[in-house]
Design a protein around this ligand. Structure first.
Ligand SMILES: C[S@@+](CC[C@H](N)C(=O)[O-])C[C@H]1O[C@@H](n2cnc3c(N)ncnc32)[C@H](O)[C@@H]1O
Length: 255
């Protein structure tokens, strides 16, 4: 699947806010080793470096396109190309942080304990994932994928939503951690421009579908999707468009 850093960064400030709010809940004062899983273009990794300038901070991502931007924008950073579920560090980390990435991986019930196993005693696991699968942003993509001439190609790419309920993350991590803090926030994003919700999704949730089609088919699929989204998220009288966006946060202190 190909990521498009430019499209992703069109909504950079809105996408960064939950990353900042997640980081504010991490209490560690002086971690020695910090990792950003699914670091993308390195924006979230830079937040970690700014917060803990004395730490060794590593960004991990499996997209060469996203890492190329990270390396260009942050040449002093340490970047590792790996899938999160294949990632095996050579030494444990004091903080494993991940913003808007772990929902791209399945089976959180087995993945999260494996990630927590890479954290030092007293260290922190901090994760934020979207929880918007039932919203039109995602359901319209599934409908468009199933109903167009591309259905044979896109149908198999429709995946079950892996994000658990907040209480399930608490139950999952409680036996492994001294403290587990889980919460959800629903942001109302006020967007500008023509059909901005379709543009937002084009930078993230639509990537698997767009990457699987040739350019003409991808354009046609996006036009079909964008029409559905415009109907679901019409502009307000002041020409802004409102996008409700729920996210789940987990901050856990490891035994
Ligand atoms: C929505 S972006 C978030 C980037 C960054 N954390 C931020 O908040 O701006 C999701 C990132 O997760 C990465 N990603 C998705 N699946 C991954 C996997 N299995 N292993 C590593 N990275 C993955 C993508 O390449 C992408 O850079």
């Amino acid at each position: 699947m190909a990521w498009d850093p430019t499209q992703y960064l069109r909504f950079e400030s809105q996408r960064l806010r939950p990353a900042v709010e997640l980081l504010q809940r991490v209490r560690d004062d002086a971690p020695a080793r910090v990792v950003d899983l699914g670091c993308g273009t390195g924006n979230t990794t830079a937040l970690l470096t700014d917060r803990w300038p004395g730490a060794h901070v590593v960004g991990v991502d499996n997209s060469s396109a996203m890492l190329a931007v990270a390396e260009h924008d942050h040449p002093d950073g340490t970047w590792v190309q790996s899938s999160i579920d294949q990632w095996i560090p050579d030494a444990p980390f004091d903080i494993v942080y991940s913003n808007a990435a772990i929902h791209w991986l399945d089976d959180h019930a087995s993945l999260l304990p494996r990630l927590v196993a890479h954290i030092t005693a007293g260290g922190t696991f901090a994760m934020q994932v979207p929880d918007n699968f039932s919203e039109p942003t995602h359901q319209a993509a599934i409908d468009a994928a199933r109903e167009g001439p591309w259905a044979e190609v896109l149908g198999p790419l429709i995946r079950p939503w892996p994000v658990l309920q907040p209480v399930e993350y608490t139950r999952l991590l409680a036996p492994l951690c001294a403290g587990v803090d889980v919460w959800a926030t629903s942001y109302v994003q006020v967007l500008t421009g023509d059909n901005p919700v379709a543009q937002w999704t084009k930078g993230a949730a639509l990537r698997p579908y767009l990457s699987a089609l040739d350019d003409d088919a991808a354009d046609a699929f996006f036009a079909d999707y964008a029409a559905r989204i415009l109907a679901a998220y019409p502009p307000e009288p002041d020409r802004t468009t409102l996008l409700p966006f729920r996210r789940v946060f987990v901050v856990a202190t490891v035994h």
